[in-house]
Design a protein around this ligand. Structure first.
Ligand SMILES: Nc1ncnc2c1ncn2[C@@H]1O[C@H](COP(=O)(O)OP(=O)(O)OP(=O)(O)O)[C@@H](O)[C@H]1O
Length: 242
């Protein structure tokens, strides 16, 4: 039984069909990552799965009582309004101090409870968003480019944390990522999207698929080469690969 499934899902936005024929299912405990070029419909697919946009065709099925923890790419906090981390984590549902302390410690930022949201670093901010998503003890974590804006070590550390959390909670993880290197090492399954599902499967299968290569293998400054050797240095090229 899958946690979430889409059946012939299509979505129209602004008079255009931005997603069509999407059949996918996410099972308990697996890490699935959606990759695709800019404008390929990744965020729209997550929003359809979350129920924020309605399908124009097909449907999305969620397991009854499914608890979803959502980590957005960005969240605008009005800088003129005081918003301590503790209060942020108590919205919309009030949380005890102990529970807040526990979850902040879990995501590696135990000292920020009293700090204002607007004073957090990019990495701390994303960890607080993750903490909020974890408060509901989710069956599935859904992350939309949650590491955008983080540097390479920050991104790697964030995904290590996601893997630890997955192991502890046993939750599934569905994410959109532009960091192909991380995707390839950390996912059980990769879905390559371009309005429709071009190819999907285990990372090494997708990596070798002609559809994936057509999207990422040429003219992307050698993004593919990133996976074909071990390296301990950063590549600037991967930033253009999504
Ligand atoms: N509210 C909207 N109205 C009209 N068109 C939209 C709307 N939201 C998104 N689109 C269009 O739908 C397509 C898919 O957008 P989406 O944001 O899902 O892509 P994406 O793969 O997440 O892109 P990126 O990698 O740049 O974040 C794009 O062509 C976008 O312009």
């Amino acid at each position: 039984m899958s946690l979430i499934a889409t059946d012939h899902l299509a979505v129209r936005l602004g008079g255009r069909e931005v997603l069509h024929h999407i059949d996918l299912s996410i099972h308990a405990g697996e890490i699935v990552t959606i990759v695709g070029p800019n404008g390929s419909g990744k965020s729209t697919l997550l929003r359809a799965i979350l129920g924020v946009v309605a399908p124009s065709k097909g449907r999305v099925t969620r397991q009854a009582g499914l608890r979803i923890g959502y980590v957005p790419q960005k969240l605008h906090i009005d800088p003129s309004m005081p918003m301590p981390v503790t209060r942020f984590l108590s919205l919309p549902e009030r949380q005890t101090k102990a529970r807040i302390a526990e979850v902040l410690a879990r995501v590696g930022v135990p000292g920020v409870a009293a700090q204002d949201m607007t004073t957090l670093s990019g990495g701390q901010f994303q960890r607080v968003l993750l903490a909020r998503a974890l408060l509901s003890r989710p069956d599935i974590l859904i992350l939309d480019e949650a590491t955008a804006g983080l540097d390479q070590p920050g991104t790697a550390a964030f995904y290590r944390l996601i893997e630890d959390v997955r192991r502890e909670l046993g939750c599934a993880v569905l994410s959109v990522s532009h960091d192909l290197h991380v995707v390839m090492s950390a996912s059980d399954r990769v879905i390559c999207l371009n309005g429709h599902i071009c190819c999907a499967g285990a990372p090494h299968v997708v990596r070798a698929a002609p559809e994936y290569r057509a999207l990422f293998g040429h003219g992307t400054g050698g993004a593919l080469a990133l996976y074909q050797h071990d390296h301990d240095h950063d590549h600037e090229d991967h930033a253009h690969a999504g």
